[in-house]
Structures are given as C-alpha cells and as structure tokens.
Design a protein around this ligand. Structure first.
Ligand code: ZN
Length: 85
C-alpha cells in the first residue's frame, strides 16, 4: 500500500502529517447553493484549522509567535499594522 504524502500548507514542501497542529484562521462564512456557488457572503469567523507544517515553517511560526505581543494589529484594516519595538 502506498503511503499518503503530505505537503506543508505554507511552503508546499513534502512533510510529515502534523495532525496536532491547529492554527487560528479567519475563514469565510457564505451561503452557497447545491453547486457550491456563493449566494450570500457572510463575512469571516475565527476557527482553529488543522495544518500540515514542515519543520522549517514550524521554526518560522515559532519566531513570529514570539513577536506577536509586540505587534498591534488594527482588526478593521489589517493593512494598518504597527510594530512596537
Ligand atoms: Zn513549510
């Protein structure tokens, strides 16, 4: 039996399946018809999503999480981001 291959959700490299890694992510909530066509856009909600992440990207995420307390993000406009150093 052939082993299923997994790819990093961030860089696309082949990696191990990391079923225990859950990442908070804003996901769209839409009303769709039977064909999956969006009828009404309902905005976004914060959900925890399972990701397959290679070791290199895990190290990058770890680095970014250490910066997180120093970053002030305007939720209304994500482009307006201020880093407090
Ligand atoms: Zn990666």
């Amino acid at each position: 039996m052939k082993k299923k291959q997994y790819y990093c959700d961030y860089c696309g490299k082949e990696c191990e399946h990391t079923e225990n890694i859950m990442v908070p992510e804003m996901v769209p909530v839409n009303a769709v018809n039977k064909q999956g066509i969006v009828l009404i856009k309902g905005g976004h909600v914060l959900k925890h999503v399972q990701k397959d992440v290679c070791v290199s990207c895990q190290e990058k995420i770890n680095f970014l999480l250490k910066l997180m307390p120093r970053v002030d993000i305007n939720h209304v406009n994500p482009i307006c981001t201020k880093i407090i150093l």
